[in-house]
Structures are given as C-alpha cells and as structure tokens.
Design a protein around this ligand. Structure first.
Ligand code: AHM
Ligand code: MG
Length: 337
C-alpha cells in the first residue's frame, strides 16, 4: 500500500482544493512536529523524569504537571521562529505570547491546550494536545496583537486538531475540508494518513459524562441521562453504554471513531461558571472537528462555534458528538426554559 504522509496530504490540499496557503501548511507541519516531541516525552514517562507535579499553578489555579509546562514550552519554541504567526495563547499561560521581535511575524494566531487530560499523566492513560488556528484581524496589521484579537467565534477557525498520545500517537485534523487522521510511524518519525473523510454516526448508544457529578446537574441533563440509563424498556427503547476517560481528547477520539455523545455540562458546584472546559482551547477546536465530521456541538442552548468569546480563558458547557443525540439534549434545554 502506498503511504501518504502529512506533508503530501497538505501539499495536495494546497494544490487541488486551494484549501490552504503555504503559511498554514507550514503552521500545521510545525505544530505536528512539536506534537511528535511531546509524544516522545510522554512515552518515556518516569524514565524521562517527566512525571509528577511542579510547585506552580496555572492561571486557572490548577497545579501544573511537569508535562503541562514542558509541552507548553515545546509548542512555544517550535512556533516562534517560522514567520507564520502573529501571536499564541495557551491554557497554561495567563496572557498571550507575542512573537519576539527578532523573528518575522505572520497573519495567524495559534491557541492550544498543550497537554489535555493532565490528571491522566501519572497513571499512564491517554492524553493529548488540542490546537486551534485563527486569522489575526485585518485591523491588527501594523500594531501589536492584543488579547481582544483572539476573541473570535469558533466559526472563524482556519484549522483545528488534536494529537492523542495513546497506544498509538495520532493526529486528527481539519482544515475545513472534512476530518482526516494520521498515525505516527515512530521508526520513521512521520505522520501517515490512516483515515480520510471521517464521519460520526448520527445515532449512538454510548454516552460520556462524569457521572459522579449527577447530583449537581441541571434538570435537562439529568432527564437525558436518566432516559439512557432506563435502557430498552424505557423511553429510548435501547440500552446505552457509558465511557468516561477524563481526557477530552481520548473521549472525543472515541466518538469520532465510532460515534457517541460527550458532555461536560454546567453544574451547580460552581454556579457562576458556565462549565469546566475552556471555549478557546478545548470546546472550539473539538466542535469544529465534530461538525466537520457530520456531528453537532452545543453548550446545551446554542451552537458552540457561534459563541462570541469575551475572555481568553472563558469556560463553557459542552455537549458534542452524534448529531441526533446532541440535538435531543439541546431540545431538552430549550423545553426547560
Ligand atoms: P485539563 O485541561 O486541566 O486536563 O482539564 C480538562 C479535562 C478534560 O480533558 C476532561 O474531559 C475533563 O477535564 C475531566 O474532568 P473531571 O476530572 O472533572 O472528570
Ligand atoms: Mg484541557
């Protein structure tokens, strides 16, 4: 079988569909190269001295793991010098990272969650890197980029993707032309295209939610999950299975592969926060991937990609995956109003 590399895929897209510019191609190549470095560090585990926590906390007040900080640095360093970016933002940094003056600047903004699923690092369970690419607003040309320049709805994303560090390391990507997946050939050090035109089935019998929060959920979420749990003899007339890995990358990868619904909804533990997950680093890129694969993504009430962000580290409730199930949960929210 003739193997197609990530570079070949990107060059083909650049030529045929005119779906991406040379600058975006370089950007994707650099991000994916950084993910290879992170994958290598992850796979070394204790042997590489990368496990465990640091003394520091990130902007959300969460204790940082060594790998959180290392992955953040890998992504920053890899992306600084190429001339394709105007600035970066990361879940692990309080404010945006400008490209140092010694390097040329490009027209794109890169956002990332350098290591998602941090609670799984030390227990050898799948984790990942999530990224999103925006275009710097035209009004920003000739002046320094500000945080406000990043506050664009998810519909404006140019590229979204994630790398999953699991039994295999994979890169799942959309440039707005469907979803493709590459598997890392560790011996060759190259990303090989292993799935094209990925489609999420519209129906599913598998849900993914942290059930330990059940008592804190809003009634529409409770109603939906109660119906799933009632099984064949209940309202839904079918038995449901449940999975919760606590790495969004791994839970979303499963539903991108075989369907399912993933939820991290608002709950009453922190009534003033709309949810746990971050709009710009987690929900937006995952929603673009899911929609590009034929699924749907809402915050319970509205399409995630339509939300106008008001701050960089904004949180959001998340319901995404198989279209008919996401629409059902969203309908329950509307009916409860
Ligand atoms: P992180 O970015 O600090 O790793 O947190 C995000 C993760 C998601 O990957 C996952 O879906 C969720 O947090 C799990 O949360 P919980 O431990 O409450 O189940
Ligand atoms: Mg995360």
């Amino acid at each position: 079988m003739k193997r197609k590399t990530l570079t070949q895929y990107l060059v083909e897209q650049q030529r045929a569909a005119h779906a991406l510019s040379a600058e975006v191609r370089l950007l994707v190549e650099i991000v994916s190269r950084a993910c290879k470095t992170i994958s290598h560090a992850v796979s070394k585990g204790a042997l590489g001295g990368v496990l465990g926590s640091l003394e520091s906390e990130n902007v959300q007040g969460e204790v940082q793991k060594k790998l959180d900080v290392m992955s953040n640095e890998v992504l920053l360093e890899a992306n600084e010098w190429g001339g394709h970016l105007a600035a970066m933002a990361s879940e692990e940094m309080e404010t945006i990272h400008l490209i140092p003056n010694r390097y040329p600047k490009g027209e794109f903004l890169l956002l990332f969650d350098p290591l998602d699923g941090s609670s799984n690092i030390d227990v050898n369970v799948s984790i990942g890197t999530i990224f999103s690419v925006l275009r710097a607003p035209a009004s920003a040309s000739g002046r320094e980029i500000t945080e406000e320049d990043f506050l664009q709805p998810g519909t404006t994303q140019v590229v979204a993707g994630y790398a999953i560090y699991g039994p295999q390391t994979m890169l799942v990507l959309t440039i707005g032309q469907g979803v493709v997946a590459f598997t890392l050939d560790r011996e060759m050090g190259s990303w090989i295209l292993t799935s094209e035109n990925i489609r999420i089935p519209e129906d599913t019998k598998e849900f993914s939610i942290n059930m330990s929060n059940m008592r804190h959920w809003a009634p529409p979420v409770r109603k939906y999950i109660d119906e799933c749990l009632a099984g064949k003899t209940g309202e839904r007339g079918k038995d449901f299975n449940m999975r919760w890995i606590a790495s969004m990358v791994a839970d979303v990868h499963r539903l991108i592969t075989r369907g399912g619904i993933f939820m991290y909804p608002w709950d009453s533990r922190e009534p003033n926060k709309p949810g746990k997950l971050r709009l710009m680093y987690e929900a937006n890129p995952m929603s673009m991937l899911v929609e590009q694969a034929g699924g749907a993504a809402t915050d319970g009430n509205q399409r995630i990609l339509d939300i106008q962000p008001t701050s960089l580290h904004q949180r959001v409730g998340v319901v995404l995956g198989s279209k008919n199930e996401v629409e059902r949960v969203t309908r329950y929210h509307h009916e409860a109003k």
